[in-house]
Design a binder for this molecule. Sequence first.
Ligand code: SF4
Length: 404
Amino acid sequence: MVKNLSFSYSKMGMYKECPQKYKFRYVYMIPEQPKYYFAFGTALHEVMEYIYNPEAPSFPTLQQALSFFENHWNKTSFEQKGYASVEKELAGYAEGRRIIEAYYAKHAAAFFHPLSVEMKSTLEMDGLNLVSILDRIDYLGDGKIKILDYKTGKTVQREPDQLYMYQKVVENSPTIKKLVLQKDPSVKELKVGQLSFYHLPTLQEMTFERAPDKEIFEFWQGVLNIADQIRAGKFSPTPGENQCRWCDYRNICPVFTGKDYTPSSAKTAAQPAPAAGPSAAEAQPEPEQELLSRKIDRCGALLDEAKALQQEIIALMKKNQFERHFGKNYQAELSRIEKLEFTDKEKVVELLRTLKLLAKVLVPTQSTVAGLLADESVPAEAKAKLQQFAKTSQEFQLHLHKTE
Ligand code: SF4
């Protein structure tokens, strides 16, 4: 019998982001490094679970919720949480307290017991074991339920895959139906009435209607298709500036190392892959076309990242008014370039014709026309007329030099 594939919304998200990353994480089981935003989110989810615990006879006071948060927070060090320093961890702690206080000020008077909190649901369906953690489920009556998901990031936006996944899970879950039947034995069919994202930092709730069955059907075909690709072992990397930049597996990823990864060569993503002996892949030379494709992808990904880093460095140096700054091995210098841009190309060409300067530029481009303004043989009056069509802007260029 074929074993069900264990699957979830986050696994699907990772596969869509990059199948190679999925392979590192879920096939080779190499853990990612701790991320402070996950630790922060988990701490606040725990507090919400504590507040709304359906088993508790009464709701905790603000002081109790703050103490609960503090105890949870202090169980791990700043490094274990993924913060870069104690100062940053303290800032995270202060932000957590601020959110809890604001939450109480807004909602404490209307606290109620939901149907369930932080429910881990595993649903067997179409060859999948679908695992979901549902932050809060409220019963709206008449067989309808509301699913609420807490968000703790900087912003919150509609994530259709997550909403669809929740709807699919909740409407097919025998465990949730059993809970509803305990409240309301007359219910025949379970339906999602509302899906909400609740953004804790701003206390804003985004509510969505139940998706039509047709959309859920199409979504589900997509899920099954991804599951088929995973079963078929399709894990080609899909490099891109955003996903590679924050990826913990870069140091072992074939796009960046130029080599296939062998699972025995590293235990954690934080450790660089040690130089292994010749692998089977090395023993049989890779076809040149594949090698070339891989090198093109690798080069493109590195160039994309370098461009994005340059823009960030320029922005930071401008903001701090630095003209020069030092890294450990490189020094960066910023230079300003005045750029002339000629608007209304047709009028410029017409003017050049009238001024009998067209022959001088051969092809009138931005730079050849700009060159006329620096040309000593062009009369000042003609330059003044041309200047009327020129717009000056400033561009910053970054120069990196290796320090001695
Ligand atoms: S570094 Fe980029 S291509 Fe490689 S696994 Fe990570 S996201 Fe995928």
